[in-house]
Design a binder for this molecule. Structure first.
Ligand code: XIL
Length: 449
């Protein structure tokens, strides 16, 4: 549940969020002194302030000193991308991503996941795939990575940079796009099923003002909301040079009006007007209640991917630049208050179990059969499921896929495996098995959690 509250702009608002069951309330109080770090200043209006972080730099004490002092959110700069997480098909490596996550968790920061699907930084094997094979690999990637990090990611960039530059407002050509226009919604659905509590974002660049590209994305988000495709947020990378479009705030606001959060996800600004533009971008976010946070794409100028452009808030020695002060002052000046309330389902008695149904279809031949069992979630998402089937005497299970089982004959209990325990409300997972003997009705039952 998302709750946004507008309040008058005034200096140094202090926000506390009280979560009681499924509701949130907001307490505002004035505070005597301005906050002295980006994270604390942003928190006064309920926002986070984040940075892109490289696992390889976590041993650098200048870097971690600034990171830990200033930021309340991190994004892994490269460690959660497809080439890093699935270097070979079906073989996952989360070592570096886990390092970024662990450092964040141990210092109380939230994590933005970046990015499940993108036309760049794909492993070689995926670049060579096409059609249904690529589609299947891509959705499997989303499911497996989002499942791995389930419950630990505040927001996922599910799809990155899928729209074309230039005047058309349409999709970018890519191997993913050539699998069919519905690849983006398929990715969002798979991400929701894998990690129901993460906010799911679409993220792109050159979308900072109202232009053909941002309008194409706007139409997609509106369509997703109308058709209940799960999308919670839109990320504006905001890699800027010397200026920001005059309609930046209006653009953020029009997306927010569709019922999604907006986030500034990769901010860096080069050029002589850097300080003023940083201040202006920060004020725009603060003016939009659903602009829930800002992430800068690196810490020191020397950490930036824009080599030689010095587009960040700290110099190479970790000293604060004038741009830092502009951002801090803008945050301390306050703005609309945003509170994003995570749905709290933890109670002393635990959450009510989710309901599910199971149905089975059987293909028989003399002496054997295969069965396919479909597990369908009720009106709430499943975190896991357990199915029983009744096998008549003389029948034995010899092989099974996509479920663990308790035995081979009689009443067999089947439980979800890593990739198919999370099932969104109303959606289904499948498993199957092979047996000897003959069955007519497996009489499946389902229990959810
Ligand atoms: C960049 C990283 O900063 C570099 O280290 C890497 O070599 C290339 O990617 N848009 C995005 C980010 O979504 O993932 C990109 O990050 C910058 C542009």
């Amino acid at each position: 549940m998302n709750l946004t509250t507008k309040s008058a702009s005034r200096a140094a608002l202090v926000t506390a969020t009280v979560t009681v069951s499924l509701s949130a309330s907001l307490i505002l109080a004035s505070s005597a002194s301005a906050a002295t770090t980006l994270g604390a200043a942003a928190a006064q209006t309920g926002r986070y302030f984040g940075a892109a972080v490289s696992a390889g730099k976590l041993g650098d004490s200048t870097y971690t000193t600034v990171l830990n002092r200033e930021f309340t959110s991190v994004t892994a700069e490269n460690e959660m991308k497809w080439d890093a997480t699935e270097p070979n098909r079906g073989q996952f490596n989360h070592t570096s991503g886990e390092r970024v996550l662990a450092q964040a968790a141990s210092t109380g920061k939230q994590v933005r996941g970046h990015a499940l699907l993108w036309h760049q930084q794909q492993p070689g094997w995926a670049q060579r795939l096409s059609g249904s094979d690529l589609r299947q690999a891509a959705i499997n990637h989303v499911t497996r990575v989002a499942t791995h990090y389930r419950g630990k990611i505040h927001s996922w960039d599910v799809v990155n940079e899928a729209f074309a530059d230039g005047g058309g407002g349409g999709r970018r050509d890519s191997n993913l796009q050539r699998t069919g226009n519905d690849w983006i919604e398929a990715a969002f659905r798979a991400a929701r099923a894998a990690d129901p509590n993460a906010k799911l974002c679409y993220n792109d660049y050159n979308t900072d003002g109202v232009n053909a590209k941002s309008t194409g994305i706007y139409a997609m988000v509106r369509d997703f909301k109308a058709r209940n495709v799960p999308i919670d947020c839109v990320g504006f990378q905001s890699h800027l040079t010397n200026s920001v479009p005059s309609d930046y705030q209006a653009n953020l606001q029009r997306f927010a009006a569709l019922g999604v959060d907006v986030q500034i996800t990769e901010l860096d600004i080069s050029g002589a007007n850097q300080t003023a533009v940083y201040g202006s971008v920060t004020r725009s976010c603060l003016a939009v209640p659903r602009c829930t946070g800002i992430t800068v794409w690196g810490i020191r100028d020397t950490d930036s991917w824009r080599t030689g452009q010095n587009p960040l808030l700290f110099d190479g020695n970790g000293n604060k630049k004038p741009a830092y002060t502009a951002v801090l002052d803008a945050l301390n000046a306050g703005g609309t208050t945003t509170t994003t309330t995570t749905t709290t389902t933890t109670t002393t008695t635990g959450p009510a179990p989710s309901t599910c149904t199971a149905s089975a279809s059987v293909n028989s031949w003399t002496g054997g059969f295969t069965a396919t069992v479909k597990v369908t979630a009720g009106s709430t998402a499943l975190r896991g499921w357990r199915v029983t089937t009744s096998l008549p005497p003389g029948t034995t299970v010899t092989n099974a896929w996509s479920a663990d089982r308790s035995g081979d004959s009689g009443t067999v209990t089947w439980t979800d495996v890593d990739h198919n325990g999370s099932v969104a409300a109303g959606r289904s997972a499948e498993f199957g098995f092979l047996g000897t003997g003959s069955v007519a009705d497996l009489a499946p039952t389902c229990a959810g959690s």
